[in-house]
Write a protein that binds this ligand. Structure first.
Ligand code: DGL
Length: 296
């Protein structure tokens, strides 16, 4: 990371968007795995959380954020937010881009995650035998908006209809993470509250793989791992998105050539910049200084 500021007027960074801090868990891996590119991270912290808002509002907020990133020079924007992806990506791709920004691209996090789930072999981890009814079942944890959208089920049904999907909304997890309550009895209570129902009883198949389908959730990973049976593999999205983005760029050389490559990253937020920088460092894994912007 050479610089916090993109001063070159010809810079064409990859835009990375989240409702707030969560996408920093994806940005962190992008900086490690694809370090050559310039990045512009936008966290709409003034309006977070998105996960409990209606589809119309999430669409409006996401469009405003994406258009801000386009105006800032990003040819490509990654929605590093499952809620924005689930509730806004299709409309953006099918309506906004063709009508107003035909030479720009917007990618989300749901499709790459579903591709990863579909590719992974469903079964036992080495040396550990899952319950016999567990094969072929995966789970996705997300915000109420993401789960309500049913986008994970729709995408998985298209790609791998034989895989059974269990979905669980975890409405208290984003507020816990936003408040810095990452460990402790209160947090464990809410972790168990949403996870236990997936693993009790003998009737329904149990997931052997659990995708954290919200970019805030990796900060709860230690507690989540403690709360699930040992045969369950817990997947986070940062490395999945980085790997699939690299594949996508390999297949879209025209876009890849348009992206500037000076290894810079700039962070902007719609809320207080010092507060965002201080609290965001846990998500990014290092300190940074953000700037405050207005989207409209
Ligand atoms: N990080 C966002 C996601 O991946 C959710 C946070 C929010 O509710 O705004 O869905």
């Amino acid at each position: 990371m050479k610089s916090q500021n993109l001063t070159r007027p010809d810079s064409s960074p990859i835009g990375v968007f989240d409702s707030g801090f969560g996408g920093l868990t994806v940005q962190r891996v992008l900086l490690n795995e694809l370090p050559e590119y310039d990045y512009l991270y936008l966290g709409d912290s003034a309006r977070t959380p998105y996960g409990t808002r209606s589809a119309d509002v999430v669409l409006q907020y996401t469009v405003e954020a994406v258009e801000w990133l386009f105006r800032a020079g990003c040819p490509l924007v990654v929605l590093a937010c499952n809620t924005a992806t689930s509730m806004a990506l299709r409309t953006i791709q099918m309506q906004l881009l063709p009508s107003r920004w035909p030479d720009r691209r917007v990618l989300g996090v749901v499709r790459p995650s579903v591709e990863e789930l579909a590719e992974l072999e469903i079964g036992a981890l080495p040396g550990i035998t899952p319950p016999s009814n567990a094969a072929g079942t995966v789970g996705v944890l997300g915000t109420p908006g993401t789960i309500r959208s049913n986008m994970y089920q729709e995408e998985l049904s298209l790609l791998a209809p034989s895989i059974r999907l269990v979905q669980q909304a975890c409405p208290m997890w984003v507020p816990l993470v936003e408040s810095g309550e990452l460990e402790g009895p209160g947090t464990d209570f809410f972790i168990h509250r949403y996870l236990d129902p997936l693993f009790v009883g003998t009737g329904a198949p149990k997931p052997t793989k659990l995708l954290l389908g919200c970019t805030h959730y990796p900060l709860l990973l230690p507690g989540i791992k403690r709360a699930v049976p040992s045969y369950v593999s817990v997947l986070t999205q940062g490395s999945i998105v980085a790997r699939r983005l690299k594949d996508w760029l390999d297949r879209h050389s025209n876009m890849e050539k348009r992206l500037s490559k000076s290894s810079t990253v700039r962070f902007v937020t719609t809320d207080n910049a010092d507060w965002f920088s201080l609290n965001g460092s846990a998500f990014l894994g290092k300190n940074f200084q953000a700037e405050k912007v207005r989207l409209t």
